[in-house]
Design a protein around this ligand. Structure first.
Ligand SMILES: [Cu+2]
Length: 248
C-alpha cells in the first residue's frame, strides 16, 4: 500500500506542476536572465543571454543522451556571467516539486570561447554536490527537498566558485537528478557561460574529470534506483557517484 501511495503522490505532483530548470542566475545583487522557454527564438542572438537554450521543461531520461550535457538543444549563448573565483553563484529556479536525489554543479573549461564548444565533448569537473542531509533515502531530508519552496516561490541554489581556480571562460552546469520514479532517473541540466576572474592558478587533475554523457549509467545502483524498497526505507546513506568534488 505504501508503494502505491507514494507512486500516486509522485504522479499527482507531476500532473499539477510543470517540471523545470534553472531560469536565472545572480552574483551578489546582479541578475543574469537565462533562456526563457516561453520567449522567442530571437533570444539566441541577444547580447544579454548567458544561458544555453533549452526548449522543454521535461527531464532527460537516458544517461547516454547527448542532451544530458546542456539540455535540448543547448545552443550557445553570447554573453558571460562575470564572477571572481571564490565568490558565490546562485541559480534561480521556478517552483520545484521533486524532493529526492542529488544536485550537482559542474564546470568545464571552454578555452577561448564557450560559443564554439560542444558540451558533450568537454572535460567536466564537479565543484559542488548536495545529497541526503539526514534520514532515510525514501523519506529523509534531501538537499533537493530543503531547496523546494512550498509557497510556490523561487528556489535558490548558491555554490562557491573555487577560490584557486584559474581565470578563464567556463561553462557552468547545474544538474538536478530526481529519483522518485522507480528505476527511472530524471535529469534536469542547464548550462551558462562564466567568465571567471582572479589570480589563482589551480586546475583539477584528471581524476576529477568526467564526460557528460558518460558519467551516469544505469549500471550505477545510486542512479538506477528504486527508492521504495524496504532496504531504502531503512538506508540512511547515499553516495553520489562520479568523480570527487574539486574544491580548489
Ligand atoms: Cu518533474
Amino acid at each position: 500500500m505504501w508503494q502505491l501511495t507514494t507512486s500516486l503522490l509522485g504522479f499527482l505532483a507531476h500532473r499539477a506542476f510543470a517540471h523545470g530548470g534553472a531560469l536565472n542566475y545572480t552574483v551578489g545583487d546582479t541578475w543574469y536572465p537565462g533562456w526563457d522557454i516561453n520567449g522567442g527564438s530571437d533570444q539566441i542572438d541577444a547580447p544579454w543571454l548567458v544561458q544555453r537554450s533549452w526548449t522543454d521543461t521535461n527531464p532527460i531520461f537516458e544517461t547516454t543522451n547527448a542532451s544530458l550535457a546542456c539540455n535540448t538543444p543547448g545552443a550557445p549563448a553570447k554573453a558571460y556571467i562575470p564572477i571572481r573565483a571564490g565568490s558565490n553563484l546562485t541559480a534561480v529556479y521556478g517552483p520545484w516539486v521533486h524532493t529526492v536525489g542529488p544536485m550537482l554543479v559542474w564546470l568545464a573549461s571552454c578555452g577561448s570561447d564557450c560559443r564554439t564548444v560542444e558540451p558533450d565533448k568537454l572535460q567536466w569537473f564537479k565543484i559542488a554536490e548536495e545529497g541526503l542531509l539526514y534520514g532515510t533515502v525514501t523519506e529523509g531530508e534531501w538537499f533537493q527537498r530543503a531547496f523546494v519552496r512550498w509557497d510556490g516561490g523561487m528556489s535558490l541554489w548558491s555554490e562557491r566558485i573555487p577560490e584557486g581556480l584559474r581565470a578563464g571562460k567556463y561553462l557552468v552546469r547545474h544538474e538536478i537528478i530526481s529519483l522518485h520514479s522507480e528505476n527511472k532517473p530524471q535529469f534536469y541540466p542547464e548550462c551558462a557561460n562564466l567568465e571567471v576572474e582572479g589570480s589563482g592558478d589551480s586546475y583539477p587533475s584528471g581524476e576529477y574529470m568526467a564526460k557528460i554523457p558518460g558519467v551516469w549509467s544505469m549500471d550505477q545502483p545510486e542512479i538506477n534506483i528504486n527508492i521504495y524498497t524496504p532496504e531504502n526505507m531503512n538506508r540512511t546513506t547515499y553516495k553520489i557517484p562520479g568523480p570527487p568534488v574539486w574544491r580548489g
